[in-house]
Structure formats: C-alpha cells, structure tokens
Design a protein around this ligand. Structure first.
Ligand code: GRF
Length: 228
C-alpha cells in the first residue's frame, strides 16, 4: 500500500495532531505523517512530534506578510514530500494562493457541527443558542473560513450544567476519533466503491440527455439511445 504523506500544521497543544500521529502507527493506516509544522516555535505539539521522530518545522509569522509566511510553510511541506495538509488548531487565516495550491488536498477540523458556528467561541455559542448538541466537523479547506465541503461530523450531547470548557473537553475526545478516521477515508477514497460510482455518475450525467437507472440494485448510466 502506498501511503499518503501528510503535513500537519499546528499552532498550540496539538492534541489532534497527536491523534493523527498515533493512528498513523497502525500498519493498515493509509497515511503517514511526513511533517509537523507550526507558526509558533514554542507550540507544545512540536516537542511531542520530535519525540515520536516526526520531522518538524517552525517559522514565526511575525513581521511577514501572510503570503510570505504561507510560502515558507508551503516550501517546507513540499520539501517533506507531503501530498496532503491537515490543519489541526492552526490559528492562521491562509492566503488564497496557499489555499489554491492545496485545493482538494487540505483538511481542517472545526469544533462545531458546520455550517453552525464558523469562527471562534463555538461551544459558548452552541450553549447560548440552547442547542442540545455540540460537536465537530472535518472539512476540506476552501478560500472561505470554515466553509468547505464537510467530510465527517460527530455530534456530542450537551449535558445539564455544561460550560464552554466542559463541552469543549468532550468535543475534543470526539475530534480525536473523527479526524484520523476521516483523513484515512479521504486519502483512500480512490479505492472506495461509493467514490468510484460518484465519479462515474458525475461524468456520465454531464452528457446530453443522460440519465441513471437502478438495475439489480446497481446504478446504470446512459442516454436515451440505451444504457451502458
Ligand atoms: C481543536 O478544538 C480544533 O477543533 C480547533 O482547534 C483546537 C485545536 O486543539 N481547530 P489541539 O491543538 O488539537 O489540541
């Protein structure tokens, strides 16, 4: 199995990075961690990655334009031969250039059930709204903040007396389950029957007068001339 090579970007604790990294230790995990990089040289997660013999890179953003800093991170990711980027508590808004370079190959984890509560203070906002559930989402990164296609979500029940902190700590447990699994599914989607059918469907239905029927429980695509 050729494994996808992941660069994980962090700014702080890096508990999601640790979850991704420990999941990657299983032989059947379809990705490996090629790099842990940060805009914060003091990010505690860097020490953990080093202890696990994962290459690390840090470059502070202070004094640099967003584009210049993103380019430095991009070069480090390319030097590590990573083919996907996993944002894990990376507290930087990314330039459109950087997002464009990693389109379809960059994931993020966000502590809410998107599209609810993009941005910060997600747990507090869920509690103030009286939601019965908080949760987390893994999504593809697009130019719009916390807005790309959602790849996976885990709801987490709100308990009586929850504060933003108590809810956040349970959501974090859910994040650690969701991110490795969703990343693994995403990088291995080319061998998933559902993904392959969806690809065929997209191309087939783009043809003039194309339609889809089900035959023996399987999808068939064709035009009015006949199905193939
Ligand atoms: C997590 O809650 C994640 O959803 C958000 O930032 C936090 C990072 O925590 N994007 P950690 O550094 O992974 O512990």
């Amino acid at each position: 199995m050729t494994k996808a090579k992941i660069a994980i970007l962090i700014s702080g604790t890096g508990s999601n990075m640790a979850a991704l990294l420990y999941a990657a230790k299983h032989p059947d995990c379809p990705y490996e961690v090629a790099l842990v990089a940060s805009n914060n040289p003091d990010a505690p997660g860097l020490k953990l990655a080093e202890a696990e013999d994962i290459p690390t890179f840090a470059h502070p953003h202070k004094g640099l334009t967003r584009e210049a800093h993103d380019e430095i991170m991009h070069d480090a990711i390319i030097a590590a031969k990573a083919d996907h980027v996993a944002l894990a508590g990376y507290m930087r808004i990314l330039s459109p250039e950087f997002v464009g370079k990693w389109e379809g190959r960059m994931l993020n984890i966000h502590p809410s059930l998107l599209p609810k509560y993009k941005g910060l203070h997600t747990h507090q906002r869920a509690l103030e709204a009286g939601d019965s559930q908080g949760g987390c989402s893994v999504h593809l990164v697009t130019a719009e903040l916390d807005d790309g296609p959602v790849l996976g979500q885990s709801p987490v029940a709100v308990l009586p007396g929850d504060t933003a902190e108590t809810l956040a700590s349970r959501v974090l447990i859910a994040e650690h389950q969701l991110y490795p699994r969703t990343l693994a599914n995403y990088v291995s989607r080319a061998s998933s029957p559902e993904y392959l059918v969806a690809q065929v469907r997209e191309r087939a239905l783009a043809m003039p007068e194309a339609d889809e029927v089900t035959s023996n429980g399987r999808p068939w695509f064709g035009t009015i001339q006949g199905h193939t």
